[in-house]
Design a protein around this ligand. Structure first.
Ligand SMILES: *Cc1c(COP(=O)(O)O)cnc(C)c1O
Length: 473
């Protein structure tokens, strides 16, 4: 494809992109295709001859789009948001065009130096303490992996990387039973063994109970284990639970345990000073992650990972073969030593463009608006006698269920809510996610798509009431 042809196609694509942003509401939120529908449109064998871009693009529109779930639909209320925004998309176009691998300072000094600066902007914007140093990871899961590896090395006197785990006492990891599954997955990946992950019970607000945490740590020490890491959650996935950082941090300090804070979704709320109460005790954290690629209008992937002691992370991950040695070592940062993959995209660019384009104040207004909308929805749900809120609202996340008057908590009620959710998502006007709260079926309503307005939430709530009451009459 010549640069001239590229220009023509790209202009065409950009027209489509702007139309999509304008008209995304016309689509069902969740793809309405059946398994195999899209695969059936794709030939079993690859083309031998190159095809024209007009034809490929036409197939994209006719065959691919029906199989897309529209995460940028303002009535997307499922999971957590995975926001995009126009400045972020523009940045991704430039990043893709440059196609730079930014693993070393010298393989693109601008990417390294911008990453350092923009992560410190983020630190300031979210009220995180000085002394935390940021790096962009591919995901919160990747950041938890780095944290657990660092914790493992520190707990074994830097021996696990050298000798393997065979000669080590059992290492234990602690987290609440509300924590995202990424912690369990990483405990398996790094060879600590799922049995050595302790799931600590929570209080009535779904927050980890520090007394139970400390009792478990002491029992493990008495049994000859080495407690290596505590993963605290701020805004856990199910109901958005917030663990008490200060109490947990004091325990970690007493027992010299690495503390990682997983705030993948909720961290963006710290843009708002009134939400920073959950950071009380953050000075105890060795490591923390939140995802601008969730709520902060920045395309996936972009996880902001902050660490107190970068040298410990680098010592854990650094490998230095001859061909990667560089003259500038010591004066510059080589981010390949800060994460698991060697190759890195220029991800700081989209953060730089999003923050400059909206400004900290513009971002605050959007996030604050989402939280206000959720508070309003909470009041609407509470006002209906046949619906109930099943966990305290956390920021812009609500867990509720349909409970027709007189219906006891039962498997029948669970089934009714399961069917309700299925009908809602098959309807296509909104998209919600199922949950279990204290063992009983619940429905999550998560607000936070970049363009969600009051009318979208109101329409969403009308859809829920309409389908529920139609189901049970
Ligand atoms: C989304 C989420 C994760 C996983 O995030 P990835 O970036 O997809 O790995 C981890 N923890 C919490 C609390 C989350 O909400």
């Amino acid at each position: 494809m010549s640069p001239e042809e590229f220009r023509r196609h790209a202009h065409n694509f950009v027209d489509w992109m702007a139309d999509y942003m304008e008209s995304v509401e016309q689509y069902p939120v969740r793809a309405q295709t059946a398994p195999g529908d899209i695969a059936a449109t794709i030939p079993d064998a690859p083309p031998e001859e190159g095809e024209g871009m007009e034809r490929i693009f036409a197939d994209f529109k006719s065959d691919v789009i029906p199989g897309i779930t529209h995460w940028q639909h303002p009535r997307f209320f499922a999971y957590f948001p995975a926001n995009s925004s126009p400045p972020s998309v523009l940045a991704e176009m430039l990043t893709a065009t440059l196609g730079a691998q930014c693993m070393l300072w010298q393989t693109s000094p601008a990417a390294t130096e911008m990453e350092t600066k923009v992560l410190d902007w983020l630190r300031q914007m979210t009220g995180l303490p000085e002394g935390l140093t940021g790096v962009i990871q591919d995901s919160a899961s990747g950041a938890i992996l780095c944290a657990l590896l660092t914790a493992r090395e520190k707990a074994t006197g830097w021996q696990a990387n050298e000798k393997g785990l065979g000669t080590q006492p059992t290492l234990t990891v602690y987290t609440s039973n509300q924590t995202h599954s990424a912690t369990e997955k990483n405990v398996k990946i790094i060879g600590l063994g799922r049995e050595n992950l302790r799931l600590i019970d929570v209080d009535e607000n779904f927050s980890m109970r520090p007394d139970l945490l400390e009792a478990q740590i002491e029992a493990d020490i008495a049994a000859g284990c080495i407690p290596a890491c505590v993963v605290a959650s701020i805004g856990a996935t199910g109901v958005g639970a917030v663990d008490p950082l200060r109490a947990i941090g004091e325990i970690c300090e007493r027992h010299k345990i690495f503390l990682h804070v997983d705030a993948a979704w909720a961290g963006t709320a710290w843009l708002l000073p009134e939400q920073r109460w959950m950071l009380d005790g953050i000075e105890y954290a060795d490591s923390l992650v939140f995802n601008p690629h969730k709520w902060m209008l920045t395309n996936f992937d972009c996880s902001a990972h902050f660490v107190k002691d970068p040298d410990a992370l680098i010592r854990t991950l650094s490998i230095l073969p001859e061909f990667l040695k560089s003259r500038e070592q010591g004066q510059i940062i080589d981010y390949r030593d800060w994460s698991v993959p060697l190759g890195r995209r220029f991800r700081a660019l989209k953060l730089w463009m999003v923050i400059r384009s909206y400004g900290a104040d513009g971002l605050r207004k959007i996030v604050r608006h989402h939280i206000e909308l959720a508070a309003e929805l909470e009041a609407w749900i509470a006002a209906e006698p046949d619906f109930e809120i099943v966990a305290p609202r956390s920021l812009a996340l609500i867990n509720f269920r349909y409970r027709p008057e007189g219906m006891p908590e039962s498997e029948d009620l669970d089934r009714l809510n399961g069917t309700l959710l299925q009908r809602i998502n098959d309807d296509g006007r909104i998209y919600l996610t199922q949950n279990k709260v204290r063992g009983r079926a619940a429905i999550r309503f998560s607000i936070g798509q970049t363009n969600t307005e009051r009318r979208h939430v109101a329409e969403g709530w009308d859809v829920v009431k309409e389908i529920a009451r139609d189901l049970h009459r």
